[in-house]
Design a protein around this ligand. Structure first.
Ligand code: PSU
Ligand code: MN
Length: 302
């Protein structure tokens, strides 16, 4: 067995108790040090407070881990040169003995392989704004079209082309519902300016949709639960628009491409909003993790 499932996670899975998968790219590449380790520990604590067990996922020395202890989390947060692994990178990382953080696509795949059904993150990857030139669409979307998992997120990162991403999710057949809203959230912002077709009002309703997915059969696709950051905690929309425009320009001028694009833009926003984008990002992630824990409880029937 290639997958290393921690003893605690194995026990809750066997007992069909609530468990929530957490990604590690946000820790290694999405948040500045030393705040990132604190956040990683805090997010696990949020899951526990809701009565669920956290399963943070990463690849350590070529072994995919589901459930990390404190030392392992510290490695993800602090190790220099830690790689960013999408799902296509997993076999290469395993065979090369590499240590890397997993993106939404790699985390969702490993969580599903381990039998974890609910996953919380910040914002999904998606279609980048200059897609017609770069063809840059996150592998998150394609993987979620083929993986039976529930992802709680604050929409897709606002650095992306949001309507194009929503269209791709429709084309790929991935279910999307707003949580308590008929507006698609905008990651740092409560509202991306685009609607969603479905609204779910409680963790129990989300669990019912998950049961319906399984009962219907069909392609093993994901369910995206789009949970907005509370309006009081969102980034000021004017500031967001201004700094994002600068960030996109800087990205182009500096010739940043591929995997480096998302971390570059996130970091630019943190530095040029005096940390306000970081606060909004963290508020969104915290809310998502809490909701995911509640959904995992409803799913487990507790
Ligand atoms: N959400 C965040 N911060 C992040 C990411 C998401 O709040 O750093 C990461 C996720 O791991 C997502 C990845 O899968 O960015 C997308 O990267 P790319 O655009 O290179 O596929
Ligand atoms: Mn990309």
């Amino acid at each position: 067995m290639v997958l290393v499932v921690s003893e605690e996670v194995r026990e809750v899975l066997d007992a069909r108790r609530p468990v929530v998968a957490l990604e590690s790219t946000i820790i290694a590449h999405g948040l500045p040090r030393p705040r990132n380790l604190k956040v990683a520990l805090e997010l696990e604590e949020v899951v526990r407070r809701e009565g669920a067990v956290p399963a943070t996922i990463a690849v350590l020395d070529g072994r995919p881990h589901v459930g990390l202890d404190k030392k392992q989390l510290e490695r993800v947060a602090n190790e220099d040169g830690i790689r960013k692994l999408g799902h296509r990178d997993l076999p290469l990382a395993v065979a090369s003995g590499v240590t890397g953080a997993t993106t939404v696509s790699a985390t969702a795949l490993l969580a599903a392989l381990a039998g974890v059904r609910v996953f919380a993150t910040g914002g999904l990857g998606g279609v980048h704004r200059e897609w017609t030139v770069s063809q840059d669409e996150s592998a998150d979307l394609g993987l979620l079209a083929r993986t039976r998992i529930t992802v709680v997120c604050a929409g897709v990162k606002s650095i992306l082309d949001v309507p194009a991403t929503l269209q791709r999710l429709e084309t790929l057949g991935v279910a999307v519902a707003g949580y308590g809203t008929d507006r698609f959230p905008g990651f740092y912002l409560s509202d991306s300016g685009h609607p969603v077709d479905w609204t779910l009002e409680s963790p129990e309703r989300v669990a019912e949709v998950m049961r319906a997915q399984d009962a219907l059969g069909g392609p093993e696709s994901a369910l995206i639960v789009a949970n907005p950051v509370p309006e009081e905690e969102q980034l000021d929309p004017g500031l967001h628009a201004r700094v994002l425009a600068d960030a996109l320009r800087a990205c182009e001028e500096e010739g940043v491409t591929g995997q480096a694009v998302t971390p570059f833009l996130l970091d630019y926003l943190v530095r040029h909003t005096d940390g306000a984008s970081l606060s909004a990002n963290l508020a969104a992630v915290r809310g998502n993790v809490r909701l995911a824990a509640r959904i995992s409880a409803a799913w487990a029937g507790v």
